[in-house]
Design a protein around this ligand. Structure first.
Ligand SMILES: [Cu+2]
Length: 166
């Protein structure tokens, strides 16, 4: 009887693993929807454009981030970063930070380029002057997420955006 239960549990796990594999394949099959997000402007305005972005849960997106200003900005996404499944991040001129478990300070996830892997808990993407990044992810959790520049004074000056996952 006990043995049968174990076999049943193993079968259930196998079925779940198969399902997860099928879902992953679905993500790969989708063509990412590209959205351009700009941090700062050439003339130095402290803003994130667009100031509101609607995203559909379950769709694959690629945010094309750029910073045309001459100072460093950060796309800070502590809540949003754990509400999505990240499949790829490429950064040119910056670094990616993730939430450090049991650490208040973020840890560096990767220098320059991080790709072809699963990342959980992206916290911040640094974009130095003229920097660019591509962040590919699937929103999983419906909600409204405030996105801001990681420089507190910049966020207070209006460098914020809202991402709505519907
Ligand atoms: Cu900034």
């Amino acid at each position: 009887m006990k043995k049968q239960l174990i076999i049943t549990i193993v079968a259930a796990y196998a079925a779940m693993a198969g399902l997860a594999g099928a879902q992953a394949a679905e993500f790969v099959k989708q063509e990412p929807i590209e959205v351009i997000v700009q941090l700062g402007t050439k003339s130095g305005e402290l803003e994130i454009s667009p100031s509101e972005l609607k995203l559909k849960a379950g769709k694959l997106y690629r945010l094309v981030l750029n910073n045309p200003s001459n100072i460093t900005h950060y796309l800070s996404v502590p809540q949003f970063g754990i509400a999505v499944q990240t499949t790829k991040i490429d950064v040119q001129g910056g670094e990616v930070y993730r939430m450090g478990f049991r650490h208040a300070r973020p840890r560096i996830l990767a220098r320059s380029v991080a790709n072809s892997a699963f990342y959980y808990g992206v916290k911040e993407i640094e974009l130095r002057a003229g920097g660019m990044a591509q962040w590919t992810f699937t929103p999983l959790q419906i909600g409204s997420y405030e996105i801001g520049c990681g420089v507190p004074a910049h966020a207070q000056a209006g460098m914020v955006s809202h991402f709505l996952v519907i």
